[in-house]
Design a protein around this ligand. Sequence first.
Ligand SMILES: [Fe+2]
Ligand SMILES: [Fe+2]
Length: 366
Amino acid sequence: MTKVPEKFVDIFAGQDLHTIEAEVTLIDKVPRPTRGEAPIVIAGSFTRAAKEIALQKDLKIHAQKFIDSAERNRGWQPWNLASRNEVVQLGDRLSDDTVKVTRAFLYTELRIKDYVKAGLRFINDGMSRLAIGFRWAGDEVKHPQTYGDILVLSGKMTEAERLKMERDANLDPWDFRDHNGFDDEYGYGHIAFGIPQERLTAFYGRQLRKMVRADYSLADKRTNEEAERGYEIGASEHVKIISVDETAHQMAYIEQAGIVARYFPERMYDALVAVQEGFKMPLADRLPNRRRVLSRLMPDEDSRGVYFRTFDYISNSLGLENKEALAQAAQNSIVLKDMLEPGAFQLNPDGTFKPLNNLAEISLAL
Ligand SMILES: [Fe+2]
Ligand SMILES: [Fe+2]
């Protein structure tokens, strides 16, 4: 008989559902830290099914928040942007470098189909991450359209060239296999990778916005006039609105990592460590005009420096002081998982864990 992959294993097989429910009730009693407080992880001999149920409950609340906020704040469409006419009027001003960087962004964002398709393979744990994934894809599909619009409306690309790029994307696809951290059976590598990828995409977007504004002879800060009317001038608005999406995505992935780490710290921290080893941005080595584009996006430092700052930020957002502490947390959580008694532990900034006071109560209640 062929072995069922871990991700498709029936976690309920041979188990009494009432007992599992009782465990979930108990897990629910372990406090959830509020923003800024140290993460708390569930440890010990709870069944996988109970932890998965508790995890899905948390993910559902997160998915609702993510989708509601997407509907409220990210409901724009490329064809409705008020800045479109100005993109046409100011098209001549876009510099050669700005055009090259925008083309490189378009090249990358055109692989969204590959990203979504490959990403769906990793989401097998329930509906909530799928719902987030589809809404996220709905945000992402607007990005290649918007970058293409900047180039075409500015007169820097013909419709023929644009369609050729769109069609060529099919011949030169991208896959997560080109990156570290995707061999985990649970698909948490997808979350771990999403954090730096989205954060850096937002960062690059902010750099491009500055370039556009310099071409328009404007300072980085939006003008009073832009603030008053509620959107930035021409392509500056187009680029800015995409970065807002990317930032929202980054924050969502961080939140998801925190939620998963509560129940399966040994998997989540491990996925984060694995992704950061040898990390590179999707298609970074295949970008058209790569050297010139990267030197414009990171004028002051190389990509390693930018990546390291990003990893530090990720550790900090998860309650850890640096990337070494993250590796510690990954190590230490293996011990927590193997504990015989059920319990709850608080994460210290250095990646060690301390038992919560109510540990004894939780153990007794089982
Ligand atoms: Fe995007
Ligand atoms: Fe994104």
